[in-house]
Design a protein around this ligand. Sequence first.
Ligand code: IPE
Ligand code: IPE
Ligand code: MG
Length: 248
Amino acid sequence: MDNVTTQTQDKPIVFESPVPKHVGFIMDGNGRWAKARGLRRSEGHRQGVENLKEILEACGEFGIKYVTIYAFSTENWNRPQAEVSFLLSIIDYYIERELDNLDKQGVQLRHIGELDGLAPRLQRKIQKAIEQTRNNDRLILNVAFNYGGRAEIVRAVKQIVAAGIPAEEITEQTISQHLYTAFQPDPDLIIRTGGELRLSNFLIWQATYAEYYSTPVFWPDFNREELRKALEHYCSRERRFGGVKDEE
Ligand code: IPE
Ligand code: IPE
Ligand code: MG
């Protein structure tokens, strides 16, 4: 396999095999990061948002084309109301502050999840961000917000039924093409910060053959070097997709 060399500001980073095309991030551990510092959970979320800049820049630098970030799950509505409000307001703030920057960097913003249930003002803001960046193609950034993998599959099934597609014509591709991520490559690597070993309803259809990487590092501390380690780990893994290793 060809080696991939990425020139960075300090030193070139060499990965032993191609970096993943699509990486999903379960950005977990903001609350514990804050607690460990005697701060409020909201401070952890604030710091988590600040961290996105470095990680997205590093993704671009390392040649990753698709990034999906898990920002708010359908289950996160079960948190105390004050925390939910804060999480909703922080996405609003992030778009307001970073949209032009992301646009300049060639990032195409996409939303995966339900807009229904969000305040109309926030819905408009998300739609405007999608519209403004729709022709960018350096990095595709899916923001999973009010997202749940099961809800996504239910939605796909409803669309398929509503379109009158006959049962015998339904294939795996039919389902894939009715998900929010239609026509995007499946994630090759899912990175979870905060140490848990679960998917928490993230990309459950798309990530069936993804490699998983879990690190105890909390999201606000997950930096470019941590990402490099995750990618190095990915590059050392052998993906067989149910087959066998090449004949020796
Ligand atoms: C992840 O951090 C951010 C969201 C779920 C929005 P948490 O808030 O889950 O942080 P922990 O897991 O409690 O530390
Ligand atoms: C997953 O983290 C959701 C996001 C990162 C947005 P959670 O903290 O909500 O997941 P659980 O509760 O540990 O499964
Ligand atoms: Mg958590």
